[in-house]
Design a protein around this ligand. Structure first.
Ligand code: ADP
Ligand code: MG
Length: 255
C-alpha cells in the first residue's frame, strides 16, 4: 500500500473511481458543472460526448493533472482531492494513455518502459527490463523492444504507450481518445489490446468516439454534454436506444 491516507467512500460501494459533485472552471468558464460518476473495480466505462463537453478535463481531474474547483474524487477509496494527499503516490496508481503517445523519441521501446519504472518506482534495472519485456509482449510488440518510436507505426507507438502505463502496475487505466490520432487501419490493433485489458479485469475509463468498441466492451456508457452527465447506462441502452434527445443527436453525427 502506498503512503496515502485511506478513507471509506461516501456511497459505501466498492467503487474504484468515485467522482462527487465535481466542478472545474477555467477563469469564468465552467467546464465541469457537477459530475457524479462511479467506476466499479474491473468495470469498463466509456465516456462519449461532443468536442468541448469536458471529457478530457474530467479524466485530468481524476488523476490530478487538473485541480478541481469543487467536489471530491476518490481512487481505490483514497480521496485524491484531499489537500494533504501525496499526489505522486496517487498518480502512480493511475495509468493514463493520451491521444498523442508522448514517447521519448531517442529511446527504444523497451527503454521507454524501463525509464519511468526506474525513476518513479525505483526498480532495479533487471526487474524494470523484465517488466518492460513482459508488457511489450502483452501488447503484441515483443519483437519491437529495440525499435525507436520513429521506426514504429502510430498504432505500435500507442501500444508501447499502453505497455508503458501497464509497467507501472496501475490500479486503474484512463484512456483519452487513444485511437483518434491513428490511421483507420491501425485502430483495430489498439482496440484489441484494450479489449484484452478489459477481459483481464482492468478498471478502465475510456473517452472514445469508437461506438462499436463502446458497445462491445463497455459495461457502461456515460454521455456528457456541456460539462454535465446527460445520460448513462448499459452500452446497449445509451448507444443502442438513447433516451435523451442530445444523446440521439450526438450519435447521429458520429455513427
Ligand atoms: P473534450 O475533451 O470533451 O473535448 P475538454 O475537457 O478538452 O473537452 O474541454 C472542455 C472545455 O474546457 C473546452 O471549452 C476547452 O476549451 C476548455 N479548456 C480545457 N482546458 C482548458 C485550459 N487549460 N484552459 C482554458 N480552457 C480550457
Ligand atoms: Mg478531449
Amino acid at each position: 500500500m502506498t503512503g496515502v491516507t485511506m478513507e471509506g467512500t461516501d456511497a459505501g460501494g466498492r467503487a474504484e473511481i468515485e467522482v462527487r459533485g465535481l466542478r472545474k472552471s477555467f477563469g469564468d468558464t465552467e467546464v465541469l458543472r457537477g459530475i457524479d460518476l462511479e467506476v466499479a473495480r474491473g468495470e469498463v466505462v466509456c465516456v462519449i460526448g461532443p468536442s468541448g463537453s469536458g471529457k478530457s478535463t474530467l479524466l485530468r481531474c481524476v488523476n490530478l493533472l487538473e485541480e478541481p474547483t469543487a467536489g471530491r474524487v476518490f481512487v481505490g477509496g483514497t480521496e485524491v482531492t484531499d489537500p494533504d494527499v501525496d499526489i505522486d503516490a496517487v498518480r502512480r496508481r493511475i495509468g493514463m494513455v493520451f491521444q498523442q503517445f508522448n514517447l521519448f523519441p531517442h529511446l527504444t521501446a523497451e527503454e521507454n518502459l524501463v525509464l519511468p519504472q526506474r525513476r518513479v518506482l525505483r526498480r532495479d534495472r533487471a526487474k524494470a527490463v523484465r517488466v518492460a519485456r513482459a508488457n511489450l509482449e502483452r501488447v503484441g510488440l515483443a519483437g519491437k523492444a529495440g525499435a525507436h518510436p520513429a521506426q514504429l507505426s502510430g498504432g505500435q507507438q500507442q501500444r508501447v504507450a499502453i505497455a508503458r502505463a501497464l509497467a507501472m502496475d496501475p490500479e486503474v487505466m484512463l484512456f483519452d481518445e487513444p485511437t483518434s490520432a491513428l490511421d483507420p487501419e491501425l485502430v483495430g490493433d489498439v482496440l484489441a489490446v484494450m479489449r484484452g485489458l478489459a477481459r483481464d479485469g482492468m478498471t478502465m475509463m475510456v473517452v472514445t468516439h469508437e461506438m462499436s468498441f463502446a458497445r462491445e466492451v463497455a459495461d457502461r456508457v456515460v454521455f456528457m454534454d456541456a460539462g454535465r452527465v446527460v445520460e448513462e447506462g448499459p452500452a446497449r441502452q445509451v448507444v443502442g436506444a438513447p433516451r435523451e434527445a442530445r444523446t440521439r443527436d450526438f450519435l447521429l453525427r458520429v455513427l
